[in-house]
Design a protein around this ligand. Structure first.
Ligand code: SF4
Length: 750
């Protein structure tokens, strides 16, 4: 599991030169995020990157991390790249597929049976291609990365939106789709629009009931769920320096909830201590040598308004604990105002379940603070009124906290220790509820609280707070309880108050673990067989997509003209379909079933031009494909917005769609279409959308003239014999046109 110290030394060796060059070219002092980004340019050309800074720049991340749900398709694709090994250190983490039901051991055993084929595949494919594999039960991706791989000044991508957790260790860590991970693992550049910068200056110091979680709960309230979009949030100030490394991780992790590209803290003593405590004194020693490059320039901290696009200041000494929710993580309530809000809004006052842990809040410090509250329940003869669950973020944290008697404290309070996995945080929760229609309240120390997220029940009001606040409210069983001011009645009828929580940042006897759950890959994976059961309905090896010929783009039938919003969820739904993320043919049965047909305003009901009958979109596409006829999807504005999932591009490609013609694209989806060898084009005149008729046969007339910056002509041949020739635009560059003719970007790699 060892991190690669030589790789880290190489990153640090080039930082100085790149930063000095960047300072000269940019002509001003640099923020931390800028320093790390300029140090990770793919081509190393700072000048070019600076000039292109308003558009997309190619980066070379140091690491890739994948969780089990998203790793399946990413690695099936990687197998197509024809590479013997991944180009950068990469890991897979089995954390998302474990259902929380009765407790850690039983739940893990069950998951190992139910998900066996997925785990066998991920384990064998990792073994073959040089990828570190973290078994089910080893822990949650971001916690394991923080403990083992994150390093100050590094750059990482991860196929999970909370990848920014590693910003707590000073890394630029960004959540991406599987296709991006494939590019980086195959040694290709990774493209990102040079982000805006939001500075958050923290003054004062946390104390009492207030913790790092409250910083991000407060920031979420200020910036809202969209406020960080396209931006890196950089925390600094004496308050930032005083927060523990894992507390910094919590703040960066939940930065995903404000839409931020990522969040980051500068290197300091807290990070150093954490590195040493997690057996990485050599990384700390290297980071110490270049400390000045692992923080913004002094001029930036002295005059931040001049260097950040937006600046926020929070005084930690005045910050109250917060509770955010329900239904959205940016509804931020200071604790002193929360009780009144509960009563005024009519939220269910009785608290049914308190859940602590997750990748966001399961550090040693979190657990000790929550345990110090739980211990009081025992000492002061209080009986917890609500159910209580604890999800450790990793086996290392679980083992260490068990050794130190902390899990025992939760047990005495009536808590259930769940597997080291996502569990209820991602809805993998068999909740014990006798009436799913009853409005009810739960509180978690997780980060997302959208309707149905935790238990699939739209009537559940989920709130988010720090682990210690969750523990206190769980004891009270009452959402309106304020542990700073209110008393509780104990078993002897006495009124008692809870004292302020006390935490220990790092285990005094050090971290320990017996079996961390890591499987190192084979030195030479050439003879390793990737295990895929040919009868599996969850996994399917991919076959390369065929290269194109010009005549493939004649005689195509309109499959659907989608009207209005068509996100990646409309194109490839999640929910129950998650199960098929590793089986392209099966998951393709959800293709565009959420899109509204412009001709009848119905979903999943389109005309099959060959039969005249109306049928489901995937079935109709399959019929055309079976007869060797290509099809076309037409769409409205911002087609493909939402998540970066590559399935939304792979499914149409698999079912014979050859062209996607829309008014405008969401950028990531447009790129994904290009990578899968699809023709993604936009109406030069958006009103031409109205010229597309239900019985159209479609042809691209001048595909042999497919060149950058040159529009194409599309013929819409209508059923009445008339034809409309329309102009369509595209954004393919030379390289992407090569992907197109080769049938996919992966085909060009071979
Ligand atoms: S614990 Fe929750 S937030 Fe963290 S990776 Fe798992 S699902 Fe995502």
């Amino acid at each position: 599991m060892a991190f690669d110290i030589d790789m880290i030394k190489a990153v640090y060796a080039r930082m100085e030169e790149r930063i000095n060059t960047a300072r000269k070219i940019v002509g001003k002092p640099l923020t931390l995020a800028e320093k790390i980004l300029y140090s990770h340019l793919y081509a190393g050309e700072v000048k070019e990157a600076y000039e292109r800074g308003k558009s997309y720049v190619d980066f070379a991340p140091d690491r890739v991390a994948m969780q089990d749900a998203t790793a399946q398709m990413a690695l099936l694709q990687f197998m197509q790249a024809g590479k013997p090994k991944v180009a950068v250190p990469s890991t897979v983490h089995c954390d998302h597929l474990i259902l929380a039901e009765t407790g850690a051991q039983a739940d893990l055993e069950k998951a190992n049976v139910i998900n066996k084929e997925v785990y066998d595949f991920l384990s064998s494919v990792s073994n073959k291609y040089g990828i570190g594999f973290w078994k089910p039960g080893a822990g949650i991706i971001h916690q394991v990365v923080l403990e083992n791989y994150a390093f100050p000044g590094g750059m990482m991508i991860g196929t999970d939106s909370h990848t920014p957790n590693a910003g707590g260790l000073g890394m630029i860590a960004i959540g991406v789709g599987g296709a991006d991970a494939v590019d980086v693992m195959a040694g290709m550049p990774w493209e990102l629009k040079f982000p805006k910068l939001i500075g958050v200056k923290l003054t004062g110091r946390l104390s009492g009931w207030t913790s790092a979680k409250d910083v991000i709960l407060k920031v979420a309230g200020i910036l809202t769920v969209k406020g960080g979009t396209g931006a890196i949030v950089e925390y600094f100030g004496e308050g930032a320096e005083s927060i523990s490394c894992t507390g910094k991780g919590t703040i960066c992790n939940m930065g995903a909830e404000i839409g931020a590209t990522t969040s980051v803290f500068s290197y300091g003593d807290k990070m150093r201590d954490y590195l040493i405590s997690t057996d990485r004194a050599d990384v700390a020693a290297e980071a110490d040598k270049i400390r000045q490059h692992l923080r913004a320039d002094d001029e930036v901290y002295a005059n931040p308004e001049a260097y950040y696009d937006q600046l926020i200041e929070i005084n930690l000494s005045e910050l109250e604990p917060h509770i955010n929710g329900p239904f959205t993580p940016d509804a931020a309530w200071p604790l002193s105002k929360f009780s009144a809000a509960v009563k005024e809004k009519g939220w269910p006052r009785e608290l049914e379940v308190g859940l602590i842990g997750s990748c966001t809040n399961s550090s040693y410090e979190d657990i000790t603070r929550a345990a110090s509250v739980a211990q009081q329940a025992v000492d002061k003869k209080l009986t917890a009124k609500a159910e209580f669950t604890i999800t450790p973020g990793s086996e290392q944290v679980r083992y260490t906290t068990e050794r130190d008697g902390l899990l025992d404290v939760f047990d005495k309070m009536g808590g259930v220790i769940l597997a080291n996995a996502c569990g209820p945080c991602i809805g993998q929760w068999a909740r014990h509820s006798n009436d799913p229609n009853r409005k009810n309240s739960i509180i978690t120390s997780f980060n997302r609280n959208f309707a149905k997220r935790n238990d699939g029940n739209p009537n559940t009001h989920a709130f988010v707070a720090s682990p210690e606040i969750v523990t206190a409210l769980t004891i009270a069983g009452d959402l309106t309880f304020n542990p700073m001011t209110d008393k509780l009645l104990n078993a002897e009828g006495q009124e008692v108050m809870l004292d302020e929580p006390k935490g220990i940042e790092l285990p005094p006897s050090g971290f320990a673990v017996e079996d961390a759950g890591y499987q190192a890959p084979a030195e030479n994976g050439e003879s390793v067989q990737v295990i895929v059961d040919p009868n599996s309905d969850r996994l399917q090896l991919l076959a390369p997509f065929n290269p194109w010929k010009k005549e493939d783009f004649t005689g195509m039938k309109l499959l659907i003209k989608a009207k209005g919003k068509c996100t990646t969820d409309h194109i490839s739904m999640a929910g129950p379909w998650l199960k098929y993320r590793g089986h392209l043919d099966n998951i393709s049965n959800n293709m565009l079933i959420g899109a509204v047909n412009a001709f009848n305003d119905a979903t999943n009901k389109v005309k099959n031009q060959l039969t005249g009958e109306y049928g489901e979109v995937p079935a109709t596409a399959r019929d055309y494909k079976a007869k060797g006829i290509g099809s076309v999807v037409v769409g409205d504005e911002n087609y493909g917005e939402g998540s970066s999932r590559e399935h939304a591009a792979m499914e149409p490609r698999h079912l014979g769609v050859r062209m996607v013609l829309v008014k405008s694209f969401a950028r990531i989806h447009e790129t994904n279409l290009k990578k899968q060898g699809m023709l993604g084009v936009t109406f030069a005149d958006p009103s031409d959308y109205d010229k597309v008729l239900e019985d159209d046969t479609i042809e691209v007339l001048d595909l042999d003239n497919f060149r950058p910056n040159t529009p194409l002509t599309v013929a819409l041949r209508h059923a009445d014999g008339s034809t409309d020739n329309i102009q369509v635009n595209h954004t393919y560059n030379e390289g992407q046109i090569a992907w197109f003719w080769a049938g996919s970007a992966l085909n060009t790699l071979k």
